[in-house]
Ligand binder design. Structure first.
Ligand SMILES: [Zn+2]
Length: 449
């Protein structure tokens, strides 16, 4: 009889725990997912494709054709959104001049102009989460800035996604700042990303992460696979500008697959599984597609965390191709080949990760680990500013892609995981806000005895 009562108590108790776990999801995040609209994304992709070509070196004077018209329209859209949120967006052009000396794929000197919209955070205005798409497009020949190049998927889809995220998220207030940006000069050498990354560095932006969206609307692969659920998250293993000391440390303490961009990728993976379990996020352990580039790279070059979010199945007949039919195959990056519902889903993936990161406290700094030849692993870190719920220690087996285990340890700055041997796992620490949102996990950068 007593046994039965305790079983009942156990059942009730586990039910309680289950409820508490559920309560850790934030209903606002589901609302954000609902508000992202495929129709709105479709309208923006059609508008962008309608500028004929958006080649970075195309016409800048016309109001209907070329990159000049495209960027002015994007700016006017951001300005319009800002009017609807009590001027919550600071909208501006950020530009750099490139000359034919700067690369092989530059037909003539020109301004590479990015359109930037910044939504300032209420608590940590100097911390930024960036969502980028690209304004520019290209024809078969990169140097050809006259031929039609609608670039509907590459990359009006990512541009429309960033604009849609701005439309939805500008209706909320966040603790950290959001940046929605259209970058230019992608196809000729990642010039726009380089320009904005340098601008961010000069202005001492503390970048939480860059979510670079490049091609988020194709569901029918050139291999015939049709899939509207899977998407890829590309992240490089460790920053390219790490020091020799960091490289040497890694040899002895690990961290080959635990750089800041990889942690950001894991964050996006986890948030997606929590709030959009119908999606299949696919972690790709590499900077970008094999030998190819994207606009997160210039940010990575300067030591910022940045990842590429994109479709799982590409169609090369629809990328960088003049519009034509050859041997019965249709070529060209046309609107008809874009799946707007899928672009909506990937835009929602971005929006919820931006919201979660911007509602979360800053990640802890100076995370250090100890426990060499001891039965337990120890972690310590600097507390973050502000009133937060506390910290969560994550760990996983060394061959696992995702954090497997976690323990909320309260608002402390050190903790010992009894009985967990340091040799057999990787560890990290995240800060947890009062509404449950967590920072990116920080891999230890130091060791103590
Ligand atoms: Zn491209």
């Amino acid at each position: 009889m007593i046994k039965n009562i305790s079983t009942l108590a156990l059942l009730l108790f586990s039910g309680l725990i289950f409820q508490q776990t559920n309560a850790q999801t934030d209903q606002r995040i589901y609302k954000i997912i609902d508000k992202v609209s495929a129709d709105s994304i479709e309208a923006d992709i059609r508008k962008l494709a309608g500028f004929g070509t958006r080649n970075t070196f195309s016409d800048t004077v016309s109001d209907t054709r070329g990159i000049g018209a495209a960027r002015r329209w994007i700016k006017s859209e951001f300005d319009y959104l800002s009017k609807n949120c009590d001027n919550c967006l600071d909208v501006f052009y950020q530009k750099d001049f490139v000359t034919t000396e700067d690369g092989e794929r530059i037909p003539h000197d020109a301004w590479v102009v990015n359109v930037v919209a910044v939504q300032k955070g209420t608590k940590y205005p100097n911390r930024y989460i960036i969502m980028s798409g690209d304004i520019d497009s290209r024809a078969s020949n990169t140097m050809d800035f006259k031929t039609d190049a609608p670039g509907a998927n590459d990359n009006a889809s990512g541009m429309a996604g960033a604009m849609e995220a701005a439309r939805v998220l500008s209706q909320y207030e966040f603790e950290s700042s959001m940046v929605y940006v259209g970058l230019s000069g992608e196809e000729q050498g990642l010039f726009g990303g380089k320009g904005l990354a340098e601008y961010a560095k000069e202005n001492n932006w503390e970048i939480i992460g860059v979510l670079n969206n490049d091609m988020i609307g194709n569901i029918e692969g050139v291999d015939g696979v049709i899939d509207n659920r899977t998407f890829r998250i590309f992240s490089e293993p460790v920053p390219p500008n790490e020091t020799d000391r960091e490289r040497t440390m890694r040899r002895f303490y690990g961290g080959e697959v635990d750089g800041i961009s990889r942690q950001l990728a894991r964050y996006v993976h986890k948030t997606t599984e929590t709030y959009m379990p119908e999606m299949n996020p696919m972690m790709i352990y590499r900077l970008d597609r094999f030998g190819r580039g994207g606009h997160h790279r210039p940010f990575n070059d300067l030591g910022f965390a940045g990842i590429r979010i994109m479709e799982a199945h590409e169609n090369y007949n629809r990328q960088h191709q003049d519009i034509r039919t050859e041997d019965g195959i249709e070529y060209g990056d046309v609107v008809e080949a874009v799946n707007f519902d899928y672009a909506e889903k990937l835009t929602a993936v971005n929006a919820i990760n931006m919201a979660s990161l911007a509602w979360a406290p800053p990640a802890p700094k100076n995370v250090e680990i100890g426990g060499v030849v001891e039965p337990s692993a120890k972690l310590r870190w600097d507390k973050v500013e502000g009133d937060i719920a506390g910290y969560k220690i994550y760990w996983r087996e060394t061959t696992e892609a995702q954090w497997q285990y976690s323990r909320f340890v309260g608002n402390v700055n050190e903790f010992t995981l009894e009985g967990i041997v340091i040799d057999n796992y990787f560890f990290g620490v995240a800060a947890v806000g009062k509404d449950g949102h967590e920072s990116v996990v920080v891999f230890p950068s130091g060791v103590f005895r």
